[in-house]
Design a protein around this ligand. Structure first.
Ligand code: ADP
Ligand code: MG
Length: 628
């Protein structure tokens, strides 16, 4: 009977109990038991949420007619009650519906929180610094709370007055608030006995004053107004301290790292712009989080238009964070229309130019720092070079890589390479390989080395494509050093003996090609660039490098077409003893000569990274060994 009554009362008050998503439980567990010293951050997170809710409401008011309590002041009101040991944070923002409460406060969408959990896993347990570093959003309230009541009423005309309650131990309830609530949210925090300080006005004031300056709405503490609401990005650069930029980055951009650099600028023409843009320290895509979303918010005279505007920056700048305020943005058009408008295109052009200029300056003034940036964020710039036609030329000088004439670990650039080029050299050469050792031990480099020609070393699979897209730099073609039609001039004489006669080589080459067949060897010729190796596989097509062939092979496999071997051009070294040997064996022992020719081909394919089935080769080596 008692159970039935309880059940009825649950239905009457429309109360439902929910369990938190597993990841939320994990976070709550870590947060509640952390001994993190800087508990203040929970207040930063909650005020930031209140401010977000107000910004969303302000935008909603621009686009929706039917907003509940349209004339209500937009503000954050914090109040302390020392006697009750509570702290209350209220806002007149968008509020939440029942579904939104479950979605937003019962599950994790917050990317910082995901990053936090990932880090916890990585470091084998929570450590107190992590929470401070990441800020785990709303859930950080449970560091200081015994119980939290979240009262909320949505901005929609039809809406419920709700109360969400939890002690942070695995579950929460949602019930009718029992009274008609005003629009927005009110968070009542019952403080743990150790943290009753946060029910004292002085303590709370001290914390709020640090963040209040980033809120574009009145912030009141026990009725007293704390801020002047001057947006940081509208201020003069010289009036903003480094700490203020860093706080702003965390507060406004929801960032959990420190910015590595930022740019604060204002412009009048061709558009009115006031902007602060941050370069984060951590690559947001580095921890396996998938594609980053652009987090440069768009404002018009301090009114947030869109927190994740599309097309404001090119795709490859999606790691940037910050604020762009332009008084030229029309307020009455939808986000969708806006993102394709000419004004957004213009902003995009101006901002991208500024960012590139900033990177150029850094590269020039602080090369070490820029090298680190390239290592962490180079992929975005590579993407820019490959895909952003308008900015390709400006981006190319920022490309960094190692080179054959510099020490391992030292990065160089295309302008530096061109500067070092001898007059006789017409093209820019590069080789792609897994690492420096792989390239240096391969057969492609020796001809360039022998002539003192510098070759750029690229280790990223995408570099080949990037170079292909770039094509030229300062009117010099960029060419993979494994292409067939490179004119390097005469081979310098090295100690490998007399060359076979031209005629002998001709016959040997056609024998080699015939013996191995057209589908494997497209062409065989006397090598002009070999020094120490007997043979090398070259790309018959200058614009189709080995890496690109490998990629195409992979794709054709995916497409279900049978795996065809790639035909290569083989060059034989007329001075090499093995080539001499092959020439005599050809008549003396054709069977053995064929085996050797096959093995020579496979060796060149291995060096080119084009051999994908070594099984036949092992068999052949045993056969060769048997002939000893
Ligand atoms: P984040 O702010 O990064 O999204 P939080 O954990 O701080 O993550 O908040 C989770 C979500 O809860 C927010 O995205 C928002 O949808 C909702 N929320 C939190 N506080 C409020 C509030 N005061 N008013 C309306 N919605 C809120
Ligand atoms: Mg938040």
């Amino acid at each position: 009977m008692a159970r039935i009554l309880h059940f009825v009362s649950v239905i009457m008050s429309n109360s439902t109990t929910h369990t938190f998503q597993a990841e939320v439980k994990q976070v709550l567990d870590i947060v509640a038991h952390s001994i993190y010293k800087d508990k203040d951050i929970f207040l930063r997170e909650l005020v930031s949420n209140a401010s977000d809710a107000l910004e969303k409401l302000r935008y909603t008011q621009l686009t929706e007619k039917d907003v509940f309590e349209p004339t209500r002041e937009l503000a954050v009101e914090v109040s302390t009650d020392e006697a009750a040991g509570t702290l209350t944070i209220a806002d007149s923002g968008i509020g939440m519906t029942r579904e939104e409460l479950v979605e937003n406060l019962g599950t994790i969408a917050h990317s910082g929180t995901k990053a936090f959990l990932e880090k916890v896993k990585e470091s084998g347990g929570a450590n107190e610094n992590l929470i401070g570093q990441f800020g785990v959003g709303f859930f950080s309230v449970f560091m200081v709370a015994d119980e939290v009541k979240f009262y909320t009423r949505t901005w929609r005309a039809e809406g419920e007055s709700l109360c969400w309650t939890s002690d942070g131990n695995g579950s929460y309830t949602i019930e009718d608030a029992g009274e008609a609530l005003p629009r927005g949210s009110k968070l009542v925090i019952k403080l743990k006995s150790d943290f009753k300080d946060f029910s004292k006005k002085d303590k709370v004031k001290e914390v709020l004053e640090r963040y209040s300056k980033y809120i574009a709405f009145p912030l009141k503490l026990d009725g007293e107004k704390l801020n002047t609401m001057q947006a940081l990005w509208l201020k003069n650069k010289s009036d903003v301290t480094e700490q203020e930029y860093k706080d702003f980055y965390k507060f406004q951009c929801h960032a959990w790292d420190e910015p590595q650099d930022w740019m604060h600028f204002a412009a009048d023409a061709p558009l009115a712009i006031n902007s602060i843009l941050f370069f984060p320290t951590h690559n947001p895509e580095a921890m396996g989080f998938g594609r980053a979303v652009p987090e440069v918010s768009l404002y018009c005279r301090k009114v947030l238009i869109d927190s994740e505007p599309k097309n404001l920056l090119p795709e490859w700048l999606r790691f940037m964070k910050g604020v762009v305020d332009s008084a030229d943005i029309p307020l009455n058009i939808s986000r969708e229309t806006l993102q394709d408008s000419t004004i957004i295109q213009k902003l995009n052009r101006v901002l991208t130019k500024r960012v590139i200029k900033r990177l150029e300056e850094r590269a020039k003034k602080k090369p070490e720092e820029f090298a680190k940036f390239w290592r962490d964020f180079g992929n975005y710039l590579r993407e820019g070079i490959a895909t952003d036609f308008d900015n390709r030329e400006a981006l190319a000088p920022l490309f960094r890589c190692e080179s054959s004439i510099l020490d391992a670990g030292t990065l160089t650039s295309l302008p530096e390479y061109v500067e070092r080029m001898k007059d006789s050299q017409k093209e820019i050469y590069y080789l792609v390989g897994a690492n420096r050792e792989a390239i240096e031990s391969g057969p492609y480099l020796e001809a360039f080395k022998a002539r003192g020609i510098e070759v750029l070393f690229l280790y990223d699979g995408a570099d080949d494509y990037v170079m292909g897209q770039l094509g030229t730099f300062k009117e010099k073609s960029i060419v993979s050093a494994d292409s067939a039609d490179i004119e390097l001039g005469d081979v310098p004489q090295t100690g490998t003996g007399e060359p076979l006669s031209e005629e002998k080589m001709k016959t040997l080459c056609s024998w080699f090609a015939d013996t191995l067949g057209k589908e494997k060897v497209a062409e065989c010729a006397t090598g002009t660039r070999l020094v120490d190796s007997p043979a090398v596989a070259l790309n018959p097509d200058k614009f189709m490098t080995a890496t690109m062939r490998r990629m195409m092979k992979l794709m054709s496999k995916d497409a279900g077409t049978p795996d065809k071997p790639v035909a290569v051009k083989i060059e034989l070294n007329p001075r090499h003893p093995l080539v001499h040997k092959l020439d005599t064996l050809r008549d003396a022992n054709p069977e053995l000569a064929k085996l050797i020719a096959e093995q020579v081909l496979d060796n060149t394919l291995i060096a080119a990274g084009l051999l994908d089935n070594p099984r036949g080769m092992t068999q052949r080596i045993y056969e060769l060994l048997g002939k000893l």
